[in-house]
Design a protein around this ligand. Structure first.
Ligand code: PHE
Length: 347
């Protein structure tokens, strides 16, 4: 065999071995190892180039060309295998990861209004339709507005009805009810007739339980004019209850006492759970209390700037959280300001 035939046979064998080895390559690591072994600097095909000077001058161009051909063949085979491997791993991923395009999308977490805010808005809307204007008054109040001008002098035993948060400033308290807003509204409007609601937070130094919290909202109702009667109060509250709870609901005014109204009453709504028969929620009574009310006391009318000989008026204080508890069957008032998302997210 001539020298040229021998080297050509050797090249053929090198190429065949490399191509056979390439068929067994199954992943990227093996592919890399194959490239080092068969196309790297010390690979057999590369050695042909370094051996060129050993051949007679006239043979060198052909041998060089043939070696180059082997190198190109191996490079092309390498590239083809690389693409094959890539395609099959993509194929694998596509068949293992199914996407169900008919699934509904995931909802983004959206914030919403606090249940107290929602019920306050609803109450304001109902009274708004009846012609009441919203009047804002501050949560930090003078003792004078919160008590004195509402016919509750210092040391009067009626003060026991409101356990008060006092501030470090003498004569300044956190309002225990929205009634001090009555004084502010009257003093601004007198001697004109007025019809306002005063929504907002109130504070009491209370032992908390399922129906008592140290902070809660109230909505004060105040209407002053000529010839306003207890019947107007009753009609307004009944109309409100029907719009809030439905046309069938029964409202009861139960005689009570507040220093700033005369006569005074508690507002009861028929228990939603037992329909008035008596159950654990209404503690057997069949009725649930949602606030107090009455005819504005002549002393309070005078303190507000109205002549009690010419003007009368009614007032009420409703508990929005109590109303929400009734409407949504919430068993504990402490949920409202407990900050538990499991509760809040239900509204
Ligand atoms: N302010 C009273 C309370 O918080 C409720 C009330 C308001 C009663 C208006 C009568 C008239 O207990």
């Amino acid at each position: 065999m001539s020298e040229e035939a021998a080297i050509r046979a050797e090249m053929e064998q090198t190429q065949q071995q490399a191509l056979t080895a390439l068929q067994t390559v199954q992943n990227e690591a093996e592919l890399l190892a194959w490239r080092n072994a068969h196309l790297g600097r010390t690979a057999p095909v590369m050695l042909f180039f370094s051996r060129l000077p050993q051949f007679p001058k006239e043979l060198r161009p052909q041998i060089g060309q043939a070696a180059n051909q082997v190198k190109l063949t191996l490079e092309a085979a390498y590239e083809a295998r690389r693409q094959e491997l890539q395609a099959s791993s993509l194929q694998q991923r596509l068949s293992s990861e199914r996407v169900d395009v008919t699934l509904p999308g995931r909802r983004l977490p959206l914030g919403h209004l606090h249940p107290s805010t929602q019920i306050l808005a609803e109450i304001c809307a109902i009274f708004g339709e009846m012609g009441f204007q919203v009047y804002r008054s501050p949560e930090v109040e003078s003792d004078e507005n919160n008590f004195e001008l509402l016919n509750i002098p210092a040391h009067h035993p009626a003060r026991d009805m409101w356990d008060t948060f006092h501030t470090t400033r003498p004569g300044v308290v956190l309002r225990t009810h929205t009634s001090p807003g009555q004084i502010r509204a009257m003093r601004q409007m007198a001697p004109n007739p007025l019809r306002v609601i005063l929504p907002g937070m109130t504070y009491r130094y209370e032992q908390t339980n399922a129906s008592h919290e140290s902070q809660f909202n109230q909505v004060e109702l105040l209407a002053i004019g000529q010839n306003i009667t207890f019947g107007d109060l009753q009609g307004t509250l009944t109309d409100f209850a029907r719009r809030m709870f439905g046309a069938e609901v029964h409202v009861r005014l139960r005689p009570s006492y507040f220093p700033f109204t005369e006569p005074s009453a508690e507002i009861d709504i028929e228990c939603f759970l037992c329909g008035g028969k008596g159950c654990t929620v209404c503690k057997g009574g069949g009725w649930l209390e949602i606030g107090g009310c009455g005819m504005v006391h002549p002393v309070v009318l005078r303190n507000g700037g109205y002549d009690p000989a010419r003007f009368t008026g009614f007032a009420a204080g409703l508990g929005p959280e109590r109303i929400a508890m009734l409407k949504y069957r919430i068993s504990d008032i402490r949920y409202f300001f407990g900050g538990d998302l499991r509760f809040l997210e239900q509204f």
